[in-house]
Design a protein around this ligand. Structure first.
Ligand code: GLU
Length: 454
């Protein structure tokens, strides 16, 4: 099934993205796949001072690591001429006007409005300037910034997240679209791109609702120039921290770059969680994006603020890792430095004990050494060693051996197996000894029981 659906994820490369950004990215991606459409990755990089190539590269790597690969790519810095053309079109259409106030003058105006109990809406002084006024400002060395003239009319749309949303044009400030230095502001570049790149659905955070009211009018004004049509909008609540606070670095808003660097986090754990947060679907580990696509439905998301708990990512990671097929593990380990080469027997033995794939290195060392044995009850351990079955050892060795030790010593339960586990592995927990013994092997096991670090 293919369709004309195009959605976008449009971060500004002014920093690294975090889970709060991954949620809209994922929802857009799932929406695209569900509808046989395309996912556009667009860099909103018109802020040349704050945008950095390093962040753009990181965001691309983040999306790739998550598996949210894109069908289309664009960056606004490549499209500056398009915004300039839109500017000329809006000026000719009488919808863009020059303003000469300095930031200080604007701030004074706002303060005076507020002190009179009025909303701080721009007074449209720029619209009333004569050519002579403008010439005077320019002679003073001022260059204008440009505002869009909103229509003072009702604005409303059927929002995918909220149902009907309504604003009044007269309650909104004419937005600045171009700065004094000529650079476009996000409001205009985003609108030109959404129209020209034929974006059909704009799905983003609730923090953009007021922007949408403005952008909708701007889009209507620009359709004759840019083509396309006003997209469908959907706004979703922003993610909060587990305690309800705004997400921040301190309360778990890990950057995706950090998660990527932490080999203890599985990307599908992050996605399994974010695809279901805010819906009434159970949050369960999903190994493949296809499953999330099948379960996805835009109408499942509630208006309540979803809370993100990094502990959930850990829980889902454990589940994903323990359920991973051997071939997949093998492939993942080969991408990592310093990880051992493992075989299916080893994998089956240790998988129930893993919290992340990192733990493989630890259990590999327990199996193949060196291990510093812990021997607290030397006599018992020595006696048990004399009862060790002949090799080669198999998965039946442990029960055969422990049966003999039990019969000879009369010990049972923890007192029976714990001193042996400690001597054999140097630890008091770990994978089943029945699975570990064949991996350790008779010779190494007896050496350890003899106190040797092997
Ligand atoms: N670059 C904007 C942001 O990061 C995009 C918002 C949007 O239109 O989706 O907030």
């Amino acid at each position: 099934m293919s369709s004309d659906v195009i959605v976008r994820f449009a971060p500004s490369p002014t920093g690294n993205i975090h889970v709060g950004n991954v949620r809209p990215a994922l929802i857009n991606w799932l929406f695209a796949k569900k509808h046989g459409g395309k996912f556009l990755f667009r860099l909103d990089d018109t802020d040349t001072e704050r945008s950095k190539q390093e962040y753009a590269d990181n965001i691309g790597r983040d999306l790739t690591w998550l598996g949210l690969t894109w069908d289309l790519f664009d960056k606004q810095s490549d499209r500056m001429d398009r915004y300039e053309e839109a500017k000329q079109f809006l000026i000719k259409a009488g919808r863009l006007y020059a303003c000469y106030e300095t930031p200080e003058e604007l701030s004074l105006k706002r303060k005076s409005q507020l002190s009179r109990g009025k909303p701080p809406i721009y007074d449209r002084a720029g619209l009333r300037l004569s050519d002579a006024d403008k010439a005077k400002y320019e002679a003073e060395g001022r260059t204008p910034h440009w505002r869009f003239k909103l229509e003072h009319a009702p604005i409303s749309w059927d929002d995918m997240g909220h149902g009907t949303l309504s604003f009044k044009g007269e309650d909104l400030t004419d937005p600045v679209l171009f700065r004094e230095d000529g650079r476009p502001i996000y409001t205009i570049s985003s609108v030109v791109d959404d129209l020209e790149l034929r974006v059909t659905h704009v799905i983003r955070g609730d923090d953009h609702i007021a922007n949408t009211a403005v952008q909708k009018q701007l889009m209507e004004a620009l359709v004759p120039h840019c083509g396309g049509k006003v997209p469908v909008f959907g706004h979703l609540p922003l993610l909060a921290a587990a305690n309800g606070d705004k997400l921040s670095k301190r309360n778990g808003a890990l950057s995706v770059a950090d998660m990527r660097a932490d080999s203890g986090i599985e990307p599908m754990a992050v996605l399994s969680l974010l695809a279901k947060l805010g819906t009434s679907d159970p949050i369960e580990a999903r190994a493949k994006l296809d499953q999330l696509v099948a379960e996805f439905d835009m109408t499942k998301f509630s208006k309540a603020t979803p809370r993100f708990d990094p502990e959930e990512v850990k829980r889902l990671t454990v589940k994903l890792v323990q359920d991973m097929p051997f071939e997949k593990v093998k492939e993942k380990l080969s991408d990592r430095e310093g990880m051992p080469d493992i075989d299916p027997t080893f994998w089956e033995a240790v998988r129930p004990n893993l919290n992340s794939l990192d733990d493989i290195a630890d259990w590999h060392r327990v199996a193949h050494g060196p291990v510093e044995p812990v021997i607290e009850d030397a006599d018992f351990v020595r006696q048990a060693a004399t009862l060790a079955p002949e090799g080669p050892w198999s998965e039946n060795t442990w029960s055969e051996w422990i049966g003999k030790v039990k019969a000879e010593t009369g010990r049972k339960g923890k007192g029976l197996f714990m001193p042996l586990r400690q001597a054999l592995t140097g630890m008091d927990h770990g994978p089943e000894l029945k699975d570990l013994l064949p991996l350790i092997g008779r010779e190494r096991a007896l050496a350890r029981m003899n106190g040797e670090a092997r």
